[in-house]
Design a protein around this ligand. Structure first.
Ligand code: SAM
Length: 250
């Protein structure tokens, strides 16, 4: 009987110690996704080096990589999909929309060549992830979302994460955001059938715009639109992409 009692006490002690150790690990680890995020960035860097898209610099801008390392992608994703948050793929965010593939977010952010004093416009807030990545790099990001619940949800999350240099609006991004124009850079994260003229107008001379152009639900071409100091506009095809369509009445 004494042995049984001793055995039970020992077992309880082991359980208690295991519990304490697990609890202290959880308390010591403020970001349980940090390792997965680092692994995701490694995969993106490998893909960039493999040359799927020809970056003039050969690799991702260090500042872009650091920004990706700071933004908790898992928080921009529905709870039940969080385990997949750091896989290099787009994921559903509800309302038939997606959060873009991390590789595409990295490439588009890199190709915008932003500066810390820039003011950037994004069309298609979605989960708010791309806005957050940009907000790590520039002075101010404006973003427009056409689906109200998504825009509201992104706004709540970005506020909770403490971003103070982001302004969001619900509306049709085809028409840009005249009130805050011109922008140093514009990024469109939904596929358009053509480059919206209001967005070209709202781009600063010397500015850059990235926009997927092509048919709905087909592969589109990511275009880099550049406006020279004199206002001349040139476009360059960067890579094939697959985005959800830019909707609206236009
Ligand atoms: N940038 C987003 C992110 O980081 O999660 C992903 C964008 S998702 C691929 C495209 C988004 O564009 C969707 O949320 C969609 O509702 C939005 N959208 C489509 N047409 C739009 C329009 N005309 N104006 C504004 N947003 C639009």
């Amino acid at each position: 009987m004494r042995f049984l009692k001793f055995g039970l006490q020992l077992l309880c002690g082991i359980f208690f110690l295991t519990f304490l150790t697990a609890a202290s690990i959880a308390a010591d680890d403020p970001d349980p996704y940090a390792k997965k995020r680092a692994a995701m960035i490694n995969v993106i860097e490998q893909d960039v080096r493999a040359g799927y898209v020809a970056l003039e610099e050969g690799e991702l801008d260090d500042e872009v990589t650091k920004a990706l390392g700071r933004v908790p992608r898992h928080k921009f994703i529905p709870q039940h999909l969080r385990q997949a948050a750091y896989q290099n793929r787009p994921l559903p965010i509800g309302h038939g929309q997606t959060i873009s593939q991390p590789y595409i977010v990295a490439i588009m952010t890199h190709l915008l060549h932003v500066d810390k004093n820039d003011r950037v416009l994004e069309i298609g807030t979605g989960s708010g992830y791309q806005v957050a990545v940009l907000a790590e790099l520039v002075k101010k990001v404006y973003s427009i979302e056409i689906i109200e619940p998504l825009g509201k949800q992104a706004e709540n999350l970005l506020q909770r994460l403490g971003y103070e240099n982001i302004e969001l609006a619900i509306g049709d991004g085809y028409y840009g955001w005249e009130e805050h124009a011109p922008f140093d850079a514009i990024i469109v994260t939904a596929a358009a059938s053509h480059i919206p003229p209001p967005l070209i107008k709202q781009l600063k001379p010397g500015g850059r715009m990235l926009i997927p152009v092509g048919s709905r639900f087909m592969v589109q071409e990511l275009l880099l639109v550049q406006k020279s100091a004199s206002g001349a506009v040139t476009t360059r095809q960067m890579l094939p992409v697959a985005f959800v369509p830019l909707t609206g009445k236009h």
